[in-house]
Design a protein around this ligand. Structure first.
Ligand code: SF4
Length: 103
């Protein structure tokens, strides 16, 4: 029990530090490439219309980074940071399988 609590605390600290780093203003952050290994694994497309719906059946028309809970771009921005990719910039009209509908 103590070990799992310790592991949880280490994991929580790791996630928290990653979140802090990725929520900083990153106007100079690099643009996420579709060829990035994580982007490939999660089916990221800079244009949601190009998502492979066979490989990623979670995708529904209308879902884009702009209306994803994780998107950190300003409303109306063309790109914005995404913590899924360490704060790299993703296109507002993009999409990936980590999509979470904005509450
Ligand atoms: S997690 Fe959300 S904001 Fe980030 S790339 Fe995927 S759909 Fe876009």
């Amino acid at each position: 029990m103590a070990l799992s609590r310790r592991r949880f605390m280490i994991l929580a600290a790791s996630v928290a530090s990653t979140t802090v780093l990725s929520t900083e203003s990153r106007a100079d952050a690099p643009l996420l490439a579709e060829s990035d290994p994580t982007a490939l694994a999660l089916g990221y497309k800079a244009d949601a219309a190009k998502v492979d719906k066979t490989k990623f059946p979670r995708f529904q028309v209308g879902q884009t980074c702009a209306n994803c809970q994780l998107y950190q771009g300003k409303p109306g921005s063309v790109t914005g940071p995404c913590p899924t990719y360490g704060g790299k910039l993703v296109y507002a009209k993009g999409w990936c399988n980590a999509y979470v509908k904005k509450a």
